[in-house]
Design a protein around this ligand. Structure first.
Ligand code: SF4
Length: 381
């Protein structure tokens, strides 16, 4: 019999499984309560389940999809966890405390195939998608570890990977995270961030009321093409039209993430183009100073340039906050998640003579003009 990953099962799936081994349907609900409410470590702790049933659970299921590997704490309180997967890969998950809000940043893939120039995860290439249990277990493991139980207040899919490239597993994980019998998170407390996979984004709007964040990072196709290769497939007019049509509940807005990169996308001209781009969209903008990564020529702008950029947006009545990066000293800040390269095969391992994802990413990075060079006909400001 195949081992069942408990945290990858929806309640109806678990009900079907308990019935298939001759148990009553309501046992599934009991299991959910033990796993997500009491956060048990082993089945022996469930004394209200019969001994034989506990033996069946021991042999037929796997309770934890992740194994704890490492935990690092930043001077600002941010905590980065590294978890091991069954096949030897590792992922990272970040807890960002901002009382009373405790936000957990979860990963959806091992590495990422999208090759954004400013992102350390991109240098790993894509190893594989996470399964539903591996996504849900990030929340369970951190909940178990934090002293203040139930303290995770928000979940953001902004860790390693592009969540919409792993659509089915991510959607199913959201279903388990929001199940009132499971972890019971409100959809309002979950945000999914995408680099702009437009077809999946449209599907998400139809299928889930979670908050949407779009990693924009440029206000022209020329710049976005150079730092986010996904833009060559879904250019800004296509992406922004999908945002304009995105079904939003009253008072909800799309969050646009914009990493400010010195002399690449941070001029007041870029800011004015961004205002135009967001016209007609219920939007708020998070401005994120770049966290430079090793071997990358991209730099963080000066405070003056960032404030000038923000001012243009605010004068146009856009909500625009400059976000302070958290956890930079432990490489846990935005764009800094990555685990050391291993020898295991990558899902996008190049054929002989082809460019590897890592190399492509480096090339993207190095193709971006920096240090005050004019680019794409832009005027200095
Ligand atoms: S920023 Fe996001 S989408 Fe882009 S390479 Fe990094 S993980 Fe992937």
């Amino acid at each position: 019999m195949e081992t069942l990953l408990i945290k990858g099962c929806s309640l109806p799936e678990l009900e079907a499984w308990v019935e298939s081994i001759g148990e009553r349907r309501f046992r599934a609900r009991q299991i959910f309560k033990h796993v997500y409410g009491r956060r048990i470590a082993k089945w022996d702790e469930c004394t209200d389940l019969g001994r034989m049933f506990r033996v069946q659970l021991d042999f037929g299921t796997r309770l934890n999809a992740l194994s704890f590997q490492e935990k690092q704490e930043s001077s600002d309180g941010t905590v980065k966890y590294r978890f091991g997967l069954q096949d030897g890969h590792s992922i990272e998950t970040v807890l960002i405390p901002d009382p009373p809000r405790y936000t957990l940043c979860v990963s959806s893939q091992v590495g990422c195939a999208l090759g954004c120039a400013f992102c350390l995860t991109a240098t790993m290439g894509l190893k594989r998608n996470l399964n539903t249990a591996e996504i849900v277990d990030q929340v369970c493991q951190v909940q178990r570890d934090t002293e203040q139980r139930n303290h995770i207040s928000n979940i953001v899919f902004m860790g390693m990977g592009e969540p919409l490239a792993n659509y089915d597993a991510v959607l199913k994980a959201i279903g388990i995270l929001t199940d009132p019998n499971g972890l019971a998170f409100s959809h309002r407390r979950i945000t999914l961030s995408t680099a702009g996979l437009v077809p999946q984004m449209i599907k998400l709007g139809d299928q889930s009321p979670v908050n949407l964040a779009v990693s924009l990072h440029a206000s022209s196709d020329a710049v976005r093409d150079s730092i986010m290769p996904v833009n060559r497939t879904y250019p800004l007019p296509v992406l922004m039209e999908a945002c304009r049509r995105y079904p939003l509940a009253p008072r909800k807005r799309i969050t646009f993430e914009y990493i400010l990169i010195d002399r690449v996308n941070d001029s007041t001209e870029d800011a004015r183009a961004l205002v135009k781009l967001l016209d007609g969209i219920r939007a708020k903008v998070n401005l994120i100073p770049l966290n430079p990564r090793p071997q990358c020529a991209l730099r963080r702008p000066s405070q003056e340039r960032m404030l000038a950029f923000q001012e243009v947006l605010q004068k146009a009545h856009l909500t625009a906050m400059i976000r302070q990066s958290r956890g930079a000293d432990i490489s846990a800040a935005c764009g800094q998640l990555a685990v050391p390269h291993d020898d295991s095969p990558s899902a996008d391992a190049p054929a002989k003579g082809k460019t590897s994802r890592k190399t492509a990413c480096m090339e993207n990075c190095l193709s971006v003009p920096v240090d005050g060079q004019k680019r794409f006909g832009q005027k200095d400001d």
